[in-house]
Design a protein around this ligand. Structure first.
Ligand code: GMT
Length: 375
């Protein structure tokens, strides 16, 4: 198949999933055309059958906000026409699904590629239902030829909030490359981050309000009072200053490292003794799955789709969002018991391998494309 993939290039789960999926499909012999305003952050090096098309936007003094939605529609139309795409798969509904639908309308005769939209999270739970987008989100859902959600939770949220009874939503979970994400921690790397042999807690996110990054610091401060430990904060985003300030307020700055954005986050996850994800909500929580694949137990919120992947009490512990006391007590319990840690580490790895491995889920998408194309 010849497949176009539109996604955000920035650090975040939807762009990561879109890229890993495209690369997985290319490895299976499909021709993949990524479209975005910059190369997706996990797309590096040259790969056979993989192309990147930068969406060009003309600068014009009248545009205070350049119309990216239209520029993307034009790019999708051109690539679909010139390369004979069978299907365009967009990740995150806004604005990608609307652009791809517009591109489809530009085909006057035959040749319109089918449109598959994957709903990822706040395109449904937050920004997608804001009055300025809501009717367009619903329209995009109804006009997609295929529609997937990354968790049962997100499918339910879509059905309950968008009056889309005509749409059939397939749940296809996110996935992880269990060959790349695996525990093989090099001791010298660990010694650099925890020179005194402290426990290492890790958080990875894009530091938006929904991630509750101050809770990460609150939990860590309680843990480090009892067990010598260090906090590794990976990623960047608007609330990073809040997390820094909280660390100052609680007097733990000397034990918290803000490492910024990393392309190979697996190198850090494998070093972790614990992964913290106290989000207000997560439609899936890809970073938690990647931590589990690396054998790192997860302490997270019992929110959104997280309970669909983190087995509470087995591969980690879940608490109500905001319950920093509970999360800290749970974290201390895991860190203090090598036996419990080993059990949770092994269980997380098994869940990643058996239910969320890249070859399995990429195959599910491949079958779904065939179904949408009627082949
Ligand atoms: O939904 C967002 O705001 C962004 C998106 C992203 O690109 O990181 O995150 C969502 O999609 C990820 C990939 O499917 C999921 O792992 C995240 O849980 C989800 N974020 C939220 O639901 C807050």
């Amino acid at each position: 198949m010849k497949i176009g993939i539109a996604c955000y290039p920035t650090y975040g789960g939807s762009g990561a999933v879109a890229t890993e999926l495209g690369l997985g499909l290319a490895a299976r012999g499909h021709e993949i055309h990524f479209l975005s305003y910059a190369p997706p952050f996990r797309l590096s090096g040259l790969r056979e059958r993989v192309f990147f098309h930068e969406v060009e936007m003309a600068d014009y003094p009248l545009f205070e906000h350049p119309p990216y939605t239209l520029a993307l529609a034009v790019a999708i139309h051109q690539v679909a026409r010139d390369r004979g795409l069978d299907l365009v798969h967009v990740h995150y509904a806004i604005p990608h699904a609307a652009s791809a639908w517009l591109a489809g309308q530009m085909f006057e005769g035959a040749g319109r590629p089918r449109l598959v939209t994957t709903l990822h999270g706040t395109d449904i739970t937050l920004i997608g239902r804001h009055p300025s987008f809501r009717s367009m989100t619903r329209f995009s859902i109804l006009r997609s030829d295929g529609l997937t959600a990354v968790s049962r939770y997100l499918k339910r949220e879509t059905e309950e909030n968008f009056d889309v009874s005509g749409a059939s939503i397939r749940v296809i979970p996110n996935f992880v490359d269990t060959d790349r994400y695996r525990r093989n921690a090099a001791p010298h790397d660990r010694a650099r981050l925890a020179p005194g042999g402290e426990k290492l807690l890790i958080h990875v996110s894009n530091y938006r309000a929904v991630k509750r990054v101050e809770d990460v610091i609150d939990v860590f401060a309680r843990v480090t009072e009892r067990i010598p430990s260090r906090m590794i904060m990976v990623g960047d985003g608007p609330d990073r200053p809040l997390a820094r300030r909280r660390a100052e307020e609680l007097g733990v700055t000397d034990r918290v490292s803000f490492l910024g954005q990393h392309t190979s986050v697996e190198d850090l996850l494998v070093l972790g003794d614990l992964f913290l994800l106290p989000s207000k909500t997560e439609s899936f929580g890809l970073a938690a799955l990647e931590a589990m694949a690396c054998g790192t137990p997860v302490v997270a919120s019992r929110a959104g789709g997280l309970p669909e992947l983190v087995a509470d009490g087995e591969s980690g512990l879940l608490y109500e969002p905001g319950d920093v006391e509970g999360m800290a007590a749970g974290a201390l319990g895991i860190l203090a018991s090598p036996e419990l840690w080993r059990r949770m580490s092994g269980c997380g790895r098994r869940i990643a391998e058996t239910r969320f491995s890249a070859p399995t889920v990429v195959g599910v998408y491949e079958d779904y494309y065939r179904e949408v194309l009627g082949r």
